[in-house]
Design a protein around this ligand. Sequence first.
Ligand code: PLP
Length: 409
Amino acid sequence: MLLNIPRGVYLLALAFTESSMARIFDEDLRTGFGTRAVHAGQRPDPGTGAIMTPIFQTSTYAQEGLGRNKGYEYARGRNPTREALERNIATLEGGTHGFAFSSGMGCLDSIMKLLQSGDEVICAENMYGGTPRLFDRILANFGLVFRYVDTRDPQRVEDALSPRTRAIICETPTNPLMRLTDLGAIGEISRRAGTLCIVDNTFATPIFQRPFEYGADVVYHSTTKYLNGHSDMIGGIAIVKDDDLAARLQFILNAAGAVPGPFDAWLALRGTKTLHLRMKAHDANGRRVAAWLAQRLGEERVIYPGLNSHPQHALACRQMTGFGGMISIQLPGREDAARLLGRVRVFALAESLGGVESLACHPASMTHASVPPEKRAALGIRDGLVRFSVGIEDTEDLIADLDHALQGV
Ligand SMILES: *Cc1c(COP(=O)(O)O)cnc(C)c1O
C-alpha cells in the first residue's frame, strides 16, 4: 500500500506523526538553493492537492480518542503552516530544525531561555539596538551576565571567557556600522570553550553567509527583514543542527509561547520562495549604489562591506558570497542627515530593512535611540549617520533619487 502513496506525501505524513517537532525532508537537501527556496518543507496538501501550504487558521485539532490524534493537539505547540516555514528555512540555512517565533526579539528571548541565572554571555558590542535593550533591561534582572566586546578582534572574545561563560553571541555584518565578525574564529573559540555559539544572520541571509559551516550552534533571523522580504509581517526564526538543542527549543517555544500566527508564517513562507532572486537584486543594487555614493561623497564616508575601502573587505570576501543591500553613510551632522532624509522620494524614511522597497533611516534617533548617547558615540553611531536598505527597484532611479536628495545637503 505504501507504494501507491507519493513519496512526498508519505514523508509529510511521517513528519506529521513521528515526532513532536517539524523535521526537514531528507530529499530537500539534495537540491540546489533556488529549488529548496521554492519547495523545501512543503508538499501538496495530502487532503486536497493544494499546491500552496494552506493557512491552518485553527487553535486546536479534533482528536480521535483519548491519547489518539494526528500529532496535533493545540496550535501553540504545532501548526502545519508554521512547520512548513520552519522546515523551509532550516533547510536553506543548512540546519535540521527550525523554530518560528512572533518576532526576531521574541525569538532571541526564547533562545536566551536555554541559559540559567548566573550564566555569562559574551556579546558583540555592535548588535541590533533591541538586542542590548533586551539583555540589559530585562534579562539581566534574571541573573544573566552580559559582557560586551568588540568581536572584530577574536582575541577580545577569548579574553572575555570565564568559567561561567555559556554563550557567545554575534551579528555580522552589524547594524548599522557594517562591522564583521570572523565566524570561523569565533566558532573555534566557542568550540574549545564549550559554549553555545549564537549568530544573528538577518543581514546576510543563508544566501550569502552560512554560520553553521563555521561552527555556529544556533542561527537566528528576524524574518521580518530579508527572509519575508515584503515588509508585511513581523517574525523570527531560530535554526539548530543538534537534536538535544532542538528538543529544548521546542519545549521553550511551547512553554513560553512566543509563536507566530499561521497567516504571518504563510507570508514568510511565500517570501522565502523568491529569496535567491531578491538577494541577487539587492546585492547588485547595493554594489552599484555604494560605488556611486563612494564617488559622490568620498569612500571614507561610505560603509559597505563590498567596497575595497571597507577595513574588513577581505574577511567579507572570505566568509560571504554577496554583500547585500545595506549601506551606511556618514554625513557631517544631524542637520545634513535630516535634509537628505527630507528630500528622498523613492527611498522612504522608515525603520526596518530587507524589503523589496528602498528605505532610509537615521539610526541615532530611530533604530538605535534605545542605546544611551554615550554608548552610541563610543560605538561610532554619530548623528550624521544615515542607513539605507537598498531595495530591488531600478538602480538608475535609486541613484537619481540620492543624487537629488544630496544636492540639498
Ligand atoms: C530587526 C532585527 C532584529 C529584531 O527583529 P524583530 O523582528 O524586529 O523583532 C534583530 N536583529 C536584526 C539584525 C534585525 O535587523
